[in-house]
Design a binder for this molecule. Sequence first.
Ligand SMILES: C[S@@+](CC[C@H](N)C(=O)[O-])C[C@H]1O[C@@H](n2cnc3c(N)ncnc32)[C@H](O)[C@@H]1O
Length: 288
Amino acid sequence: MRPAAEERSEGGAAAREFRFSAEHFRVISERIYRFSGIRLPEAKHEMVYARLARRLRALGIGSFDDYVRFLELEPAEWEHCTNALTTNVTAFYREEHHFAILAEHARAHGAEDGPYRVWSAGCSTGEEPYTIAMCLSEALPQRAFEVLATDLDTQVIAHAREGVYPLASVQKLSPERQKRHFLRGAGRHEGRARVRREIAAHVEFLRVNLMDREWPVTPGLDAIFCRNVMIYFDKPTQARLIERFAALVKPHGLFFAGHAESLLDNGRCFRLKGQTVYELARRAGRAP
Ligand SMILES: C[S@@+](CC[C@H](N)C(=O)[O-])C[C@H]1O[C@@H](n2cnc3c(N)ncnc32)[C@H](O)[C@@H]1O
């Protein structure tokens, strides 16, 4: 595989602005893996080149040799490099069936002690945690709830905190939800919409790397959303995370995974409830 990739990268060099060898790819992808858990297979060679070439241009750096050296000298550049290599695709009410399940769960458990608490781990630009907050405001109109929203990527967290989105992405929601949860921009804000303060006030955004030994998360969560994040990690990393997530949810707590993700922990921590929603295995094992 290596020589083929080398050939591909060197062969394509004529058409490229910067030479990007298999060794450059290896150094960067290994470091990204150690830092973020994200696996960048060789098939991502072109994607890594395209995204980092933009970074080289922005910095005025003339070659990947120099960029790799710069990364070693300037640890802060790893933040930009990582931001450039994360995949942040998301949407409001993505996998809508999850929010019907969340609403039903919140109605059943939202009256218990303390606020109903949800963690959106790998929240990207905020559409997921704001959707959770919209869903809970509809399901628990008289009850307290909190949404913790975290991501590794500092750029998406900054965007999420702003809570401003292109109108086109908001217009996919029902007119009633658009009106209830968003303010439409006018004048120079035309074409954009802002999440209403009443919703945003329930959401706290923090930068958290899921690879960190400690997470600033208080146990006793009612639900965790970690959707379309673990798909980028390898199996041992996924297994470690699943164990840590399981320790943070209440006995009745739920875990929401992405549509293409299955928690292959053999039912040790979580067992499937349905539609990529999981409940604690020890609870499922109890006598009815
Ligand atoms: C495809 S988005 C998923 C967004 C949202 N959960 C959804 O399903 O619509 C994946 C997110 O995971 C984040 N991510 C990747 N590795 C991470 C890590 N080690 N710690 C925290 N977040 C991470 C990325 O920055 C990205 O924003």
